[in-house]
Design a protein around this ligand. Structure first.
Ligand code: UDP
Length: 334
């Protein structure tokens, strides 16, 4: 069988590294391009995957990579993803998330590579006008992060018209959990996400978890989100790559379970899973947090024949706890 080379940008990051593992196990030849600003070399555990340290906007490097490998497609994860930081430093986000991929797309066009799987986000929708969120919901992002991703979706639409680039923009809801075998996981610095912070509070690594807002119009007053397991996100990327390289049309899909879980419910489940109490502080709302975000996952089922295999948030918390309970304490060696 001919080698099926895939370029994965940001493949040393959280979702990228789980996808790289899956691609390798499916026989793809993976080249990871990652600047290791937030990614970890140790997150690439398959010897067959090749790590190239560099930038998505480095035209000479990309040209060399495309000349050396016949890439059947690109999966583009590389991006900054701190919503709060994006508000304070928008140009950093527009530069890295929106402008840098232009070079990647130009080089793809030069080499005739026409399959692009893109990490998009439910943050492109902004404040929901109706729930669950379907892909045709208006996209009015409120943060520069969400806008930086939406602009890439628009660019991809135009590249399809101009040079037949086929793209899958996958709009993730709340990525969570770690690999089932505990080998790789979530290692953000700084960590801002709910589940790892709850578990860090249990371990005493942070003094407590602050619940951002208890006066939302939800049953228990805390925000509701759709938590999707990172290994399910990986299978969705594989399905999207196969769809595009098999001649499928461009698509935009939500990746979620369709099930909403509140912050308080996450804390309760974490206590059940670990058998330990979570030190909790109740605080003010975090600016920009909608009360309720849940995906309608039907489009991904229809177009990619994909759906989340784990819908119980217990499995996200169990796998995260497994990763965090190992000798490395949920951190890759630096
Ligand atoms: N959250 C919280 N305390 C924290 C971090 C998050 O109460 O320290 C809440 C946050 O308000 C949101 C949910 O947990 O409702 C998930 O937040 P996270 O940052 O994990 O993901 P986001 O939904 O912002 O993408």
């Amino acid at each position: 069988m001919e080698d099926r080379y895939v370029l994965v940008t940001g493949g040393a990051g959280y979702i990228g590294s789980h996808t790289v593992r899956l691609l390798c196990s499916e026989g793809y030849r993976v080249v990871v391009l990652d600047n290791l600003v937030y990614g970890h070399e140790g997150a690439i555990v398959d010897e067959s995957a090749k790590l190239v340290v560099g930038e998505v906007g480095d035209r000479d490097l990309l040209t060399r990579l495309f000349a050396a490998h016949h890439f059947i497609g690109v999966i583009h994860f590389a991006a900054y993803a701190y919503v709060g930081e994006s508000v304070n430093d928008p140009l950093k986000y527009y530069r890295n998330n929106t402008a840098e991929p232009l070079t990647l797309l130009e080089v793809m066009s030069e080499f005739g590579c026409k399959s692009f799987v893109f990490s998009s986000t439910c943050a492109t929708y902004g404040e929901p006008e109706r729930l669950p969120l379907t892909e045709d919901h208006p996209q009015k992002p409120v943060s520069p992060y969400g806008k930086s991703k939406l602009m890439v979706e628009w660019i991809l639409d135009d590249c399809d018209i101009a040079w037949n680039l086929k793209s899958a923009a996958l709009r993730y809801f709340n990525a969570s959990g770690c690999s089932t075998d505990g080998l790789i996981g979530e290692d953000h610095s700084p960590e801002t996400h709910l589940i790892p912070l709850v578990l860090q509070a249990i371990k005493g690594e942070v003094p407590e978890i602050t619940v951002f807002g208890t006066d939302y119009p939800t049953d228990d007053g805390t925000c509701i989100r759709d938590y999707i397991h990172v290994e399910d996100l990986a299978t969705a990327h594989l399905a999207a790559l196969r769809h595009l390289t098999g001649g499928g049309d461009s698509l935009r899909c939500n990746l979620g379970t369709g099930i909403g879980i509140s912050v308080k419910e996450i804390i309760d489940i974490a206590e059940e899973v670990t058998g330990q109490k979570v030190p909790v502080k109740y605080g003010a709302r975090r600016p920009g947090d909608p009360a309720h975000l849940v995906a309608d996952p039907e489009q991904a089922k229809k177009l990619l024949n994909w759906e989340a295999s784990r819908k119980d948030p217990r499995s996200m918390i169990e796998t995260s706890w497994k990763w965090m309970s190992q000798p490395h304490d949920g951190h890759f060696p630096s």
